[in-house]
Each structure stands twice: as structure tokens, then as C-alpha cells.
Design a protein around this ligand. Sequence first.
Ligand SMILES: [Zn+2]
Length: 78
Amino acid sequence: MLTDCHQASVLISQASERRLSLTERARLHLHLGVCRACRNFAADLPVLGKAARALAAGLPQSGAEEGAGVEPRPGTKG
Ligand SMILES: [Zn+2]
């Protein structure tokens, strides 16, 4: 079961107030691994900043992002 952005933001906020359970941390990590928005949000917090940045650094740069990517353009022809 994937954690959605709302659940992730709640966990991120709660992480600064209490200690998240192992399950919560795992779910949050999973979500941060695939969601840049929440990763940026978490990076703002000192508690999760390290983890979020480590995740960001460990992730491959090339990802499937909407609206981004290098596509061959058949229009250009010399
Ligand atoms: Zn998210």
C-alpha cells in the first residue's frame, strides 16, 4: 500500500514532534523515494532533511517525469 502525498506530509510533520514507528518511517521513505515534492518538503525539516537529501543523492538522475525528458525531434532535418 503506497503512501500518498497527504499521508506523507502528515508523517513528515509528525516526525518533528514524535518518533515515527518503523513502519511509518519505511512508508515515508518509500514515498520520498518516488515523490520529489514531498522530498523537497522533508528537506526543509532538520529531522528529515538528512534522509531526504541522502535519498535525493542516491537516486538516479534519469527518471520518468511528466513533461520532462529528451525526446528525438523528427522535425529537425538538415
Ligand atoms: Zn508526495
